[in-house]
Design a protein around this ligand. Structure first.
Ligand SMILES: C[S@@+](CC[C@H](N)C(=O)[O-])C[C@H]1O[C@@H](n2cnc3c(N)ncnc32)[C@H](O)[C@@H]1O
Length: 368
């Protein structure tokens, strides 16, 4: 996945996520053809730009096209190569902003060993890049990176995230669909890392950092609705079930009488906690559904299936008690939304056992 360059609109969006007013030094350590740095230059023409890449052809092209940038050839994952690279000389602790679309591999098992502040870290390729970039950030410096969505919750990258959270603040800003990168299907997320607590006065310790061991002995299955309201328009079938879209998650309670949908669509039964996946976060719209009768949930709704009604109440109460934490994990530049991966990680952080979320699959599915 080395050559999948960032499309210009996404590069511009990533730059919009930067909170620094005027970053003096902007770097991309896997610069490719330089799209991310060009987007940054569009916003901050006065900054100094640093670009490195392992590929000699990309480096030659960058040197030719961008003579004012500091360009170097470097295998960024090799300590020796970084030390030899003139574009990186004296750069430790001096980069105000790193923009990154690192290479990553779809071969799940691959592990890379890196170090951060003397600590060994083992992770996937993309997170190895992220970790290796951190020592270059100035205090208060920021990194905005596009990463494969799986990085957020797969086991092999958790050590890297834990360490990042020791060094600063991590915000998950947006999730990109399968079509963001032409000709390539992985879902990706945009994250921002802010270096050091000094840069993050509003820093709240994340629930994702807490030790959840043994807090609840309770299992939750995360189920995301699949059918869009658009798809349902005018749909009639023999087996119609109550439909729950965000509009049925009323502030006063769950409305199961307003709409019905074909029972072939993804349905859940109670006991479950239902919450909006998309839109302005609103804790008054989180409800438990205790019925055994199946209901269809739209793609704007997440169901948290529990074993008993009491357990569903515990899950709902926990979400409400930790609402600030849940609320700020609704991300996105357009409509804010909660990803299945993030709610799963939050629930784990709250001490629940989580059955793998069902974040894929077609709209028409018979059941949970
Ligand atoms: C996904 S592309 C991103 C390029 C560019 N930053 C963008 O967003 O359009 C990844 C880039 O990483 C470079 N790369 C791969 N392995 C590298 C390594 N070990 N060190 C430095 N660059 C590397 C590739 O040559 C490629 O240009």
């Amino acid at each position: 996945m080395d050559r999948i360059y960032t499309p210009q609109p996404l590069a511009a969006e990533m730059v919009e996520h930067v909170r620094l007013k005027r970053p003096a030094t902007v770097a991309d350590f896997a610069a490719g053809d330089g799209e991310l740095l060009r987007a940054a230059r569009h916003r901050w023409a006065e900054s100094t730009f640093i670009a490195t890449d392992v590929n000699p052809a990309s480096v030659a092209l960058l040197r030719r096209n961008e003579p004012s940038w500091h360009v170097g050839q470097c295998d960024f994952l090799s300590h020796a190569s970084r030390a030899r690279c003139r574009a990186l000389a004296d750069l430790m602790g001096r980069v105000s902003l790193a923009l990154l679309n690192p290479p990553f591999t779809c071969r799940g098992g691959s592990r890379w060993d890196t170090q951060l502040n003397g600590q060994d870290v083992r992770s996937g390729l993309a997170m190895a890049f992220v970790i290796s970039s951190i020592p270059y950030l100035a205090p208060g410096g920021e990194m905005v990176a596009v990463l494969p969505a799986g990085c957020l919750w797969n086991e092999r990258d958790q050590q890297a995230w834990d360490l990042l959270r020791e060094f600063g603040q991590v915000d998950v800003l947006a999730e990109n669909g399968h079509n963001t990168f032409p000709g390539c299907s992985p879902r990706t997320v945009v994250i921002r890392f802010t270096n050091g607590p000094a840069a993050a006065p509003a820093y709240h310790p994340s629930i994702l950092e807490r030790d959840p061991s043994g807090a609840h002995d309770l299992t939750v299955e995360v189920i995301r609705g699949r059918v869009s309201m658009f798809e349902l328009n005018g749909n009639h079938a023999e087996v119609m079930r109550p439909l729950v879209h965000s509009t049925e998650l009323e502030e006063g309670g769950l409305n199961l009488t307003r709409r019905k949908a074909d029972g072939i669509y993804r349905s859940v039964s109670g006991p479950s906690v239902l919450l909006p996946r998309v839109g302005r976060p609103n804790k008054l719209k989180i409800h438990t559904y205790q019925g055994r009768r199946k209901i269809v949930i739209s793609d704007c709704v997440i169901a948290l299936k529990c074993k008993t009604g009491e357990e569903a109440e515990v899950v709902r109460t926990t979400l409400l008690e930790n609402w600030d934490e849940v609320e700020r994990h609704y991300v996105g530049t357009g409509a804010r939304h909660l990803t299945v991966g993030v709610i799963s990680r939050l629930l784990k952080g709250f001490g629940f056992d989580v059955i793998a979320g069902d974040s894929s699959g077609p709209g028409r599915q018979g059941n949970e």
